[in-house]
Ligand binder design. Structure first.
Ligand code: ZN
Ligand code: ZN
Length: 341
């Protein structure tokens, strides 16, 4: 069936996606229209209204993005009682402020990463620290919450209050503050039969020193879809200044949606994803490529968003559980397979 050319073809439900088309209300009718396909991006993302961030995201970089990521389904599932694939298992409702306004990057049940505005990452952090050191049977994760390496260039937080990203969408912006990260986790964790629920806040830390949180914002919405983030997909908690990611995929592929650099190295198709950090239970989290090197999505993983197969771990080849970051909700962990510290 050809849906490629006829914009008048009828569809039934706004937001439904078929191939590269999305069901959209045009006048009184619901019709299939082409979703923006982010195969190449030359968008200027400098915020309107006088952001002091300056040049921001003017990019001539050409990056190929899998078409399936031109639009992403907004995550709506979560639970306080049980883990399931694609459904984060929280110990209790998160609390705090969430943005209530959003723009045309959200349409029905999908969001378009390439349409979403990002706060340009123009501020270089030079005081970040992070280490992951094996000591006996433990691994000691230590840092000051500020990013290092690829992650060290962040948004010029707090938002300029005259900028429309602030005035129109997201008054929930703070400044980055250092804080102490100190966790002793098992060097080689054990997988439990029963999953453990997720707290609010940090679920783990990337090896660029950035905490990653769960998929949901403080009002239990899909944070990556709704919250205004920087070009690395990061932002600080307003009250504490704790900088964090929700989607590690955005930290790399944000560049494909207008970012000019990559803030994390997830690896490449054809080989297993790179080790990109550690969860609070000590298991590693890897880029979105599985045992065969194929791009993974949440449906390929278990209820905690991981799998078990042979990996290189501290220089040895072992069969060990680990998490994967994916482009789709819930992005990182949906529960702990080990015992969180
Ligand atoms: Zn957040
Ligand atoms: Zn794997």
């Amino acid at each position: 069936m050809s849906e490629g050319v006829s914009a008048a073809a009828k569809c039934k439900k706004a937001g439904q996606v078929r191939g590269t088309r999305v069901c959209t209300k045009v006048g009184k009718d619901l019709v299939w229209v082409a979703a923006p396909v982010a195969t190449t991006t030359t968008t200027t993302l400098a915020p309107k209204g006088g952001g002091s961030g300056g040049a921001g995201g003017s990019s001539a970089t050409t990056t190929t993005v899998a078409k399936s990521y031109a639009s992403l389904t907004i995550g709506t599932k979560y639970s306080y009682t049980a883990a399931a694939v694609g459904q984060p298992f929280y110990c209790k409702a998160l609390s705090g402020a969430g943005e209530t306004k959003y723009g045309d990057w959200i349409s029905g049940s999908v969001w378009y990463p390439a349409r979403k505005p990002y706060w340009p990452s123009t501020t270089k952090i030079t005081t970040g620290s992070f280490s992951a050191v094996v000591s006996g049977s433990n691994r000691i994760l230590a840092g000051n919450g500020l990013p290092i390496g690829l992650g060290a260039t962040v948004g010029n937080y707090p938002f300029n209050s005259s900028n429309e990203l602030y005035s129109k969408y997201d008054p929930n912006s703070g400044s980055l503050s250092a804080y102490t990260i100190s966790k002793t986790v098992p060097a080689t964790p054990t997988a439990n039969a029963s999953p453990t629920c997720l707290p609010g806040g940090m679920l783990g830390i990337t090896n660029t020193g950035v905490a990653f949180y769960g998929a949901n914002d403080a009002v239990m919405r899909d944070a990556a879809a709704y919250e205004i983030l920087d070009s690395c997909g990061g932002h600080p908690v307003k009250a504490t200044g704790s900088y964090h990611y929700h989607s590690l995929f955005l930290a790399e592929y944000g560049r494909a949606y207008g970012n000019v650099w990559s803030c994390i190295d997830l690896g490449s198709a054809g080989a297993h994803g790179n080790l990109i950090g550690y969860a609070n239970d000590g298991f590693g989290i890897y880029g979105p490529y599985g045992a065969t090197g194929a791009l993974l999505s949440t449906a390929d993983l278990d209820e905690c968003h991981g799998d078990t197969h042979s990996i290189t771990w501290d220089g040895a080849t072992v069969s060990l559980y680990h998490y994967h970051a994916t482009a789709d909700y819930p992005y990182t962990l949906s529960c702990f397979r080990g015992t969180p510290k």
